[in-house]
Design a binder for this molecule. Structure first.
Ligand SMILES: Cc1cc2nc3c(=O)[nH]c(=O)nc-3n(C[C@H](O)[C@H](O)[C@H](O)COP(=O)(O)O)c2cc1C
Length: 193
């Protein structure tokens, strides 16, 4: 049962050192690949990092979060920027018609960096975390890193940006869920009361 797995899930930053098999890594990637996306755009690429030296560089780019080096592997979720020509800006104008003019006049480069479809990559990332959990593998999301430095390290073309990194590995100690808000603090019916 998925809920039973989720009740044990927590961010794992201490890893046992046991290697995750290629088959399981493929399973995790497949769970990501099959994700839904707006317009079935699938505006993502996944970069798997197993190399020790590259993991170390990533941990430095992530503001020296040294625990990242000890993960068995990392998956970087990459977003393809949806250009104005493809209607990227139009989607946001439709979502926020009150500030349509401001969105239209915003500098193109700044706009595309802010408007990367990175929310979409949260979906494959979540699938991957769950697929890993099914195999007893822990993970932690990482957003705190210098985007341009990671782009350079991975050799990304201009139209791609790294959105998230997820570190994976077998946990060193038993997973214990962190405290979450109660249902009545987060769930509302029909209106916000
Ligand atoms: C989008 C996202 C970004 C995160 N970025 C980082 C990060 O850069 N470094 C880190 O140590 N943890 C990071 N985390 C982990 C959170 O701190 C963690 O999920 C939160 O404290 C709740 O704990 P739990 O995952 O054990 O339930 C991130 C989590 C998410 C969902």
């Amino acid at each position: 049962m998925l809920l039973n797995l989720l009740k044990k899930r927590c961010s794992v930053r201490k890893f046992s050192g046991k290697e995750v098999s290629e088959e399981i890594i493929d399973y995790i990637l497949e769970a990501g690949r099959l994700s839904p996306s707006g317009g079935n755009e699938q505006p993502w690429k996944f970069v798997v990092i197993k190399d020790k030296g590259i993991k170390k560089k990533v941990s430095q780019i992530a503001y020296n979060q040294t625990w990242i080096e000890n993960a068995d592997f990392l998956i970087v979720l990459i977003t393809r920027i949806v250009t104005d020509e493809e209607g990227g800006r139009d989607i946001q104008k439709a979502r926020f018609p009150e500030i349509e003019a401001e969105i239209e006049s915003m500098d193109k480069d700044l706009y595309s960096k802010l408007n990367q479809e990175e929310h979409q990559t949260k979906i494959p990332g979540t699938h991957m975390v769950l697929a890993a959990l099914e195999h007893g593998i822990g993970s932690t999301w990482i957003s705190y890193f210098k985007v341009n430095e990671l782009s350079k390290l991975l050799g990304l073309p201009e139209e791609y940006l790294p959105s998230e990194i997820i570190a994976f590995g077998y946990p060193k100690t038993e997973m214990k869920a962190t405290k979450k808000k109660k249902k009545d603090e987060v769930v509302f019916y029909n209106n916000f009361f």
